[in-house]
Design a binder for this molecule. Structure first.
Ligand code: 15L
Length: 270
């Protein structure tokens, strides 16, 4: 795989993957609605608004594999989610089909299943339980990827990403954290593994407190090196400074669940 496009290149995960994947894919093409501030001379860039399919088609021209991080990366107003993540995701897969792209790695999110309680250990075969409009858009992207894989033969990997960062930020992130190196490893499986047709993996490092069964990723050779527990003390110290959040602390999606929550709080174990 040589000609790879990274959408969402100006975002946080995009910035990290740009650096980690450049040595692997020297021709890595970047795209975002705006130019990354620190764009290097050796980094080809095409601006594209995901809501405009003609712009997306230009960005994917001659590309073999796409890492699709583009879109709105947290909860937002419906109109924002609709354009960036629903229309935008459709445009990305449809442009990929029209231009003969072989593979798409789609950045899904843990928020597609955020309303599972933390005491549930879930695989990738559970019904989605989104915790936000954002989470719904990620479930939509996973479904769209499945359609394009089954109907059009695109090879698709959906990564239900936990939280990417240098270290886990709090108690919840001790369960869902993924190091930048580990997410780069998963992306490479999506772009290169010969047997991959359509899969969903959890984007998590080797975390003792995980809520997820990620055996599909391991079956494809994933060997994470990050271990959230190594940062337990600082994450728990950060947690101690956070206000109590009975709903958010009960469900996997955290504050994405408690935000705007006016549901049945008796579902929450006290
Ligand atoms: C996500 O999907 C977001 O993109 C990221 O900003 C974090 O909020 C993360 O989930 C998380 O759940 O911690």
């Amino acid at each position: 795989m040589k000609r790879v496009l990274l959408t969402g290149a100006a975002g946080d995960i995009g910035g990290r993957l740009r650096k980690l994947l450049k040595p692997v894919y020297p021709e890595l093409r970047l795209s975002d609605i705006k130019k990354p501030a620190d764009l290097g001379n050796d980094e080809p860039f095409i601006a594209a608004d995901l809501a405009r399919i003609e712009e997306v088609e230009k960005a994917v021209e001659d590309i073999e594999g796409i890492i699709h991080l583009g879109g709105f990366s947290v909860e937002g107003p419906w109109e924002t989610i609709l354009q960036a993540n629903i229309v935008g995701c459709y445009n990305l897969f449809e442009a990929a089909r029209r231009k003969g792209v072989e593979r798409v790695v789609f950045a899904s999110s843990n928020h597609a299943v955020g309303f599972y309680p933390r005491h549930h250990h879930i695989g990738v075969d559970v019904t989605v339980r989104p915790d936000s409009r954002y989470g719904v858009s990620k479930a939509f992207g996973e479904a769209l990827g499945s359609l394009y894989a089954d109907k059009h033969g695109l090879r698709v990997l959906c990564l239900r990403i936990g939280n990417v960062g240098d270290r886990p930020l709090d108690k919840r992130r001790l369960s869902i954290w993924i190091s930048p190196e580990d997410i780069a490893q998963l992306v490479r499986i999506g772009l290169e593994h010969p047997d991959l047709r359509y899969e969903i993996f959890y984007g998590a490092s080797n975390n003792e407190r995980t809520w997820w069964d990620n055996h599909r990723a391991y079956a494809y050779g994933y060997r994470p090196t990050g271990r959230a527990e190594d940062y337990r003390e600082e994450a728990m110290a950060a947690q101690a400074k956070l206000p109590p959040d009975p709903v958010g602390d009960f469900f996997q999606g955290g504050t994405f669940c408690s935000a705007e929550f006016d549901g049945d709080a008796s579902r929450v174990w006290k």
